[in-house]
Unconditional design. Structure first.
Length: 74
């Protein structure tokens, strides 16, 4: 029966593998689940960095005198 979710094979250096293995054992989850969770967390961090850069760019061009007031929006 084919797997329900797509799969990725990845090669890790021994120290990295050992670190992930340690985290998986500590959390009492499989290596696969631990790697999945770490990838999700890394993607969230990358998204946060991208959004922060976008917000910083917008902040530099913000002009209070031309912005809409609360009452004008609602």
């Amino acid at each position: 029966m084919p797997a329900k979710n797509p799969r990725i094979n990845v090669v890790l250096e021994k120290p990295l593998y050992t670190a992930v293995e340690h985290l998986a054992k500590k959390d009492k989850v499989s290596l696969s689940l631990k790697v999945r969770d770490l990838v999700k967390e890394a993607l969230e961090i990358e998204e946060d960095i991208a959004l922060a850069a976008f917000a910083e760019k917008r902040e530099k061009t913000f002009k209070r005198e031309t912005s809409l007031k609360h009452d004008e929006v609602w």
